[in-house]
Design a protein around this ligand. Structure first.
Ligand SMILES: [Zn+2]
Length: 409
């Protein structure tokens, strides 16, 4: 067997085993601490609430494990057996050239979507529903899926045509141009998404006048933050999970609160959550995120260039078709992205600590601690994760660590 083929198979198998091993550790750690509320939270969390958080984490982790096992086997089956017949099927209906390459990638994406759908349905209507989070009706779910598919088709189709046109037309430099074009689209999406796409799924209402809004505006002035408006999003129609976030660029920034967050928290807590978000803005975390993903994407395109230089599809015993090269590279990049997760999550957790620090400097630590305690209770976040699992997958530090950080000088 060709070395590169062996490497790709090994990477997919190792990535699958690693994730399942880490999920297994998380299950053991959470189950071991199920019967005792951590000392630091005694009095704020009942044993019943603590057990529910453990059960929710266990159920989610088990579903994640099943999905990873399934996805790993499917990826191996595609590469070993099914890419050739899939290509033959597409080739029967689409003439050779650009359109065939695009059609092959779309066909593979469509099958991937269908294979993933049972997990999405289980997650929404079994798991989330069992713990009282889900409010999505089957009709709403169906409409969301259709809108999502149409949107992705509209966005991805021109991107794929552009990609294969450059790849065929401009030797040597096509990958840099394709990367630059993708970055331009990503930046444009920062403006397009809140204005045109998010409103297709949710309603955004300007925040009602009143003491809360007045206090929020005072905090914005104190932090030197200019914004195009404060909005409340009707997140409660799908789920009871709460959140707040920023969108947009420059002066077009918007602050969005989930209605679920406003319902469950008092004013002090809402202000400290907002101050945390403002901290992300103050420290330039949004820009850092963009730079980080631009750098990683650049490397990915360099790999694509190398893969297109020849030989990859032949190594798999497949015809020399650009669509097949892209599909194989996408399968191979899954494990690579997986191994990069601890690195990107480390950067993200560091940013969360900084944002918490900013909230503390603005409003003191206590409201943020109270908000985090409530968030973990309402979202059934486990307080006792496995350290290695958290190191790998947590984009936010575990709540006990955040509270300890807020309590420290
Ligand atoms: Zn944050």
């Amino acid at each position: 067997m060709n070395l590169i083929v062996a490497l790709i198979f090994a990477a997919i198998i190792l990535s699958g085993l690693l994730e399942i091993y880490l999920e297994r550790r998380q299950i053991v750690a959470v189950a071991a601490h199920r019967e005792r509320v951590p000392v630091a939270f005694a009095g704020q969390l009942s044993l019943e609430e603590h057990r529910r958080a453990a059960d929710y984490t266990l159920a989610r982790t088990r579903l994640g494990m099943a999905q990873k096992g399934f996805d790993t086997i499917i990826a191996l089956l595609w590469l070993a057996f099914f890419l050739a017949p899939a290509y033959a099927l597409v080739a029967r209906f689409v003439v050779p050239g650009l359109s065939r390459s695009v059609a092959l990638v779309l066909f593979m994406a469509a099958i991937g979507y269908v294979l993933d759908l049972p997990f999405t349905i289980l997650r929404t209507f079994r798991l989330e529903a069992a713990f009282g989070f889900n409010r999505t009706t089957p009709g709403m779910f169906f409409r969301d899926q259709i809108k999502g598919i149409v949107l992705q088709f509209v966005l991805v189709l021109p991107l794929l045509y552009g990609f294969f046109t450059l790849q065929r037309g401009i030797p040597h430099l096509w990958w840099v141009l394709a990367w630059a074009a993708l970055m331009a689209v990503m930046l444009a999406m920062i403006v397009i998404y809140p204005a045109f796409i998010a409103p297709l799924f949710n309603k955004f209402t300007p925040m009602a006048e009143g003491p809360l809004k007045a206090h929020i505006e005072a905090l914005l002035v104190k932090c030197g933050f200019e914004s195009k408006g404060l909005f409340v999003m009707d997140a409660s129609k799908r789920s009871t999970h709460g959140n707040a976030y920023f969108t947009g660029f420059g002066k077009a920034k918007r602050i969005v609160f989930f209605d679920t967050l406003l319902q469950k928290h008092n004013e002090e807590e809402i202000l400290s959550i907002l101050a945390h978000e403002l901290g992300h803005y103050k420290f330039g975390h949004v820009t850092l995120r963009i730079v980080e993903s631009a750098a990683l994407t650049f490397v990915a395109f360099a790999v694509l260039y190398w893969a297109f230089a020849g030989g990859l599809t032949q190594a798999f015993g497949l015809p020399d078709e650009p669509g097949l090269v892209l599909v194989i590279v996408l399968f191979a990049m899954g494990p690579v992205a997986h191994l990069l997760a601890p690195f990107t999550n480390f950067l993200s957790r560091r940013a969360e600590f900084q944002a918490d620090g900013f909230a503390k400097s603005m409003l003191g630590g206590q409201p943020m601690i109270s908000a985090l305690t409530k968030l973990s209770r309402d979202n059934l976040a486990t307080l006792t994760p496995d350290w290695l699992y958290a190191l790998f997958y947590y984009s936010h530090p575990p709540i006990p660590e955040r509270i300890a950080h807020l309590n420290s000088a």
